[in-house]
Design a protein around this ligand. Structure first.
Ligand code: SF4
Length: 310
């Protein structure tokens, strides 16, 4: 095995394919509702940095108005031709899915458990949107099946954190992460590669830092310039250099070598929403990027964790 994908993890734990149902709980986030900012993170589109979630009718995006069970049925219908005999994971990626009072979280996520083909839940959020009272709820989800939280760390470098307007610092991140770790709540950390003004060494420093935390999983993103994000205007003005596909492949292989072998890999590249993507266009060919990563790992004769320092 060249790297430990989340699909390998699922197969090992459940003996079958588990497919994510991209759902939308109708949340917002403090970077958008004015608590910390109104503009959102620099790279975030108005869909809240997630994949397609919910229901699109006649081209109109209706997720927030649709009950979770209807979203689940719709997502399953989209996936049924491709995957038969699989289980599902309720996946809430858009916006900050713990940014609400506890009662609203309980109410939002309860329907997911009404479906016996669902093995659990994954919630993307921010460390500053996790409150003390939520930990028992997370533990209760863990007791019912699969559960993890996803945190958009993106980078450890202050200039990047400030540029992307993440609006929480490393001290806050570390205190929340330590508590989650102490409570044994699985965490998937997101890293963005290709941020403006980050060198290859800086990106690998973020990977080394994440490795030292030994999270449950890691999700890599290539910086996408999406229509409607503030990055679109920044890119037009600064015309900064985006990573080329061969550089990305090389970087991902370095990152995989550094990450301990038992960390699950949730994504190596994404293809982005096609109709919003401005650059880089090579990410549209996800298959070619993934094949390139496999080829380069084989050429090096290496595997995930081969150069892990932890
Ligand atoms: S990336 Fe996440 S935290 Fe940032 S604006 Fe988008 S939804 Fe909010």
């Amino acid at each position: 095995m060249i790297f430990y994908s989340v699909n390998d993890y699922f197969k090992h734990r459940y003996g079958r394919k588990i497919v994510k149902l991209s759902l939308d709980g109708g949340f917002t986030c403090p970077n958008r509702d004015g608590k910390l900012d109104t503009r959102g993170c620099l790279f975030c589109s108005d869909r809240g940095s997630g994949e397609y979630a919910g229901i699109v009718t006649d081209g109109f995006y209706m997720a927030e108005t649709q009950p979770i069970l209807e979203q689940m049925a719709y997502q399953k219908s989209l996936l049924s031709d491709k995957w038969r005999d699989c289980g599902y994971l309720g996946y809430f990626q858009n916006f900050s899915n713990t940014y609400a009072p506890l009662e609203k979280l309980i109410e939002t996520y309860a329907p997911v458990y009404e479906d016996s083909s669902v093995v659990g839940l994954a919630l993307a959020t921010r460390p500053d949107c996790i409150t003390d009272e939520m930990y028992p709820l997370f533990k209760s989800y863990m007791a019912r099946g699969e559960f993890w939280l996803e945190l958009g760390l993106q980078s450890i470098h202050p200039q990047s954190v400030s540029l992307i307007r993440r609006h929480y610092d490393m001290a806050l991140f570390e205190s929340v992460y330590s508590r989650l770790k102490a409570e044994e709540i699985p965490v998937v950390l997101h890293i963005i590669l290709g941020l403006p003004e980050e060198t290859r060494e800086m990106m690998l420093e973020t990977v080394k830092y994440v490795s030292s935390l030994k999270p449950f999983g890691v999700k890599f993103h290539m910086l996408n310039v999406l229509r409607g994000s503030d990055l679109e205007a920044y890119y037009a003005k600064e015309n900064f250099k985006l990573i080329e596909v061969h550089e990305y492949i090389d970087l991902i292989c370095d990152a995989l070598e550094l990450l301990p072998a038992d960390i699950t890999i949730h994504r190596l590249t994404g293809d982005g929403p096609r109709e919003l993507l401005i650059a880089p266009m090579w990410i549209r060919n996800k298959r070619a990027v993934l094949n390139g990563i496999q080829r380069e790992m084989r050429r090096r004769g290496t595997v995930q964790g081969a150069k892990s320092e932890v």
